[in-house]
Ligand binder design. Structure first.
Ligand code: FES
Length: 66
């Protein structure tokens, strides 16, 4: 799904940018080789970056077989 229409950037590109070290929208745009324009995507992009940087939830404990 496209997040940034101005630059045709997809969710996956923002996630990859975050996993590659981008910690905010500006650095994610830079990592994607794009420049922010209208700003409509900033909130969604920031959310994707935040989710990508968040630590993984621990796995639920397995139920021991008796
Ligand atoms: S939609 Fe991303 S800068 Fe316009």
């Amino acid at each position: 799904m496209y997040v940034c229409i101005c630059n045709a950037l997809k969710c996956s590109q923002f996630r990859e940018a975050a996993q590659g070290g981008a910690q905010d929208v500006t650095s994610a745009f830079k990592a994607c080789g794009a420049k922010p324009r209208c700003g409509r995507c900033f909130e969604e992009a920031a959310s994707l970056i935040e989710q990508s940087l968040a630590p993984m939830e621990p796995m639920p404990h397995a139920i021991a077989a008796e």
